[in-house]
Design a protein around this ligand. Structure first.
Ligand code: COD
Ligand code: ATP
Length: 197
């Protein structure tokens, strides 16, 4: 049996990855979310706890990796995020590969914020970028509890520019409204169904 069709979904912070991935799930697509995998890895008994404790003992609170402690470290040390990624990304890739091995759906979607940055686009059959205006992106992200303009800018500086992601992706879904996103999802699914026919 040929392996399932793999869609790589990406987009910068607040562009609508999770919401759009949910729309693909409504079409019967099995979805894997990298950020959710990181939450599992950071949780108590998560596979990242021991290696992160070795890397940065004060990052562990109540047996789990504390994001607040990580953010304090990142804010004070330019090398911190790269060192965290070196520990976490291989564990995220293992989680992704296990999902792909065990999945039974004909179409899989991988919601990966760093799809192009970490080269996992090469593993996909089709790449999709979600995007809207900078203004709408900023409005959405600054709405979040505890988010500041400085934190938003810092995260953006760590991500490939939206324009480059749009240029590299096979398809772009406009997430300015729920209707535009849903129409984009349907278009991609029509294309995938044609390829699988
Ligand atoms: C930096 C951390 C502590 C911030 O946690 P917090 O809960 O405040 O934010 P959250 O995880 O929701 O991320 C906010 C936004 O930043 C993005 N982001 C997360 N990690 C990174 C990264 N290493 N580089 C660029 N963007 C990132 C997320 O996709 C999201 O768009 C956390 O994101 C983290 O531990 N990141 C390192 C692990 C990683 O690289 N994850 C991305 C897997 S593809
Ligand atoms: N198509 C859309 N139309 C209107 N609002 C949307 C749309 N997609 C997402 N949003 C809103 O934008 C915000 C961010 O959406 P979402 O969490 O899906 O983005 P994300 O890219 O996964 O974010 P992050 O990168 O931070 O994880 C949410 O408040 C969501 O309700």
């Amino acid at each position: 049996m040929s392996r399932p069709f793999r869609i790589g979904l990406t987009g910068s912070i607040g562009m609508g990855k999770s919401t759009t991935a949910g729309m693909f799930a409504e079409e019967g697509v099995a979805v894997w979310d990298a950020d959710a995998a990181v939450h599992r890895l950071y949780g108590r008994d998560g596979a990242a706890v021991v290696p992160m404790k070795e890397l940065r003992p004060d990052a562990i609170v109540d047996g789990a990796v504390s994001r607040e402690r990580l953010k304090l470290w990142i804010a004070g040390d330019d090398a911190a995020l790269g060192r965290i990624e070196a520990v976490v990304h291989p564990l995220v890739a293992e989680d992704r590969n296990r999902f792909a091995r065990e999945a039974t759906a004909p179409v899989l979607l991988f919601d990966i914020p760093l799809l192009f940055e970490n080269g996992s686009d090469r593993w996909m059959d089709l790449t999709v970028c979600v995007s809207t205006s900078v203004r709408e992106q900023r409005r959405r992200v600054l709405e979040r509890e505890g988010m500041t303009a400085a934190a938003f800018e810092r995260i953006l500086s760590k991500q490939m520019p939206d324009a480059e992601k749009r240029a590299r992706a096979d398809r772009i879904i406009d997430t300015t409204t729920l209707d535009s996103a849903r129409a984009g999802v349907r278009e991609v699914m029509k294309d995938v169904e044609t390829r699988l026919a």
